[in-house]
Design a protein around this ligand. Structure first.
Ligand SMILES: Nc1ncnc2c1ncn2[C@@H]1O[C@H](COP(=O)(O)OP(=O)(O)OP(=O)(O)O)[C@@H](O)[C@H]1O
Length: 294
């Protein structure tokens, strides 16, 4: 079945009762688990200028298959530019992008998906249709339902995007990415417009799905706590280059204990260009972004 067929479906008539939801939940893990292992990403010697303004200069960045890397840095430092290059949406002035060791083409691959700050759902299509967009074949709708179940929205399949909250719309956007069984998920500040609690819930959902499916993930974020909560490595872009690349050696799922706060403080100070403060980093009284350690 192609999407034009789906267009004619009366999605409002799709019964999403609790039995169907439970069945979808039960099959979700099995179906989505057919995801291939994460892509190996290598950015080598990337240079990018817009007119006279050099944005990235000789940037090298590698993501191992299944690794979760967060990029932080001041506004305008080139985070999104780097992410768009990895997506194949921008042409480099110089340098190479290798995916699984092969030079990448200049278009978005089917197994590479992006989430942006806004969900970019089609308002004239129901939630399920939005998730199924671009899928073909008899299993398009079942797959879309499974992806919706995986983000906790099985019961909203027949609704219009306009009636969903911002957080729910981002869940749909996540389902729309997952349904393609991505080997690389690019996250360009996807939680930036959400309230603090919804943001934490979405972080936990993203981490849970990443833990299950092990796609490679590249997250651009302004929120250092979010980077520390989710990433295996936090990378700072500064003055057109990668200035800092720090492993986050905290057990998952991460709780906001002293180790977390100390690392958050270290990264934040590095972003701000302030000297590191020894110890006591976790007693600064900053608002918690992540649940406190039990
Ligand atoms: N298409 C474009 N044409 C011209 N300049 C651009 C273009 N895209 C980005 N830039 C410039 O490149 C620089 C880096 O932009 P980019 O969006 O990558 O930064 P960022 O670190 O993601 O910023 P923010 O955190 O504010 O989203 C900025 O100075 C921006 O104005």
């Amino acid at each position: 079945m192609i999407m034009s067929d789906i267009d004619t479906w009366s999605l409002g008539a799709v019964a999403v009762d609790s039995v169907a939801t439970r069945q979808a939940d039960a099959t979700t893990t099995a179906r989505l688990a057919t995801v291939q292992p994460g892509l190996h990403v290598q950015v080598q010697g990337l240079h990018k200028a817009y007119g006279q303004r050099s944005v990235l200069a000789d940037v090298d960045l590698a993501l191992a298959p299944g690794e979760f890397v967060a990029i932080v840095g001041r506004s305008g430092c080139g985070k999104s530019t780097l992410l768009r290059h990895v997506a194949g949406l921008e042409r480099a002035d110089r340098g190479a992008l290798l995916l699984d060791g092969q030079p990448a083409g200049e278009r978005l691959r089917d197994d590479v998906r992006i989430m942006f700050q806004d969900a970019r759902l089609l308002p004239w299509k129901r939630v399920l249709e939005n998730v199924a967009l671009g899928l073909e074949g008899a299993d398009a709708l079942p797959r879309a339902r499974e992806a919706l179940a995986a983000v906790g929205l099985a019961d909203r399949a027949h609704e219009w995007p306009a009636v969903l909250s911002g957080g729910q719309r981002q869940r749909v956007a996540l389902a729309r990415a997952l349904v393609h069984r991505p080997r690389l998920l690019l996250l360009d500040e996807p939680l930036g417009a959400l309230d603090a609690l919804t943001r934490i819930e979405m972080q936990q959902l993203i981490e849970q799905l990443w833990t299950q499916h092990r796609f490679t993930a590249l997250l651009v974020t302004h929120d250092v706590a979010e980077a520390v909560a989710l990433a295996d490595r936090v990378v700072l872009i500064e003055e057109q280059r990668i200035a800092f690349d720090e492993a986050v050696n905290l057990p998952r799922p991460r709780t906001r204990g002293p180790g977390f706060a100390a690392l958050e403080d270290t990264v934040l100070r590095r972003v701000l260009g302030q000297p590191a403060v020894e110890a006591a980093a976790h007693t600064t009284g900053k608002a918690a972004h992540w649940p406190a350690a039990a």
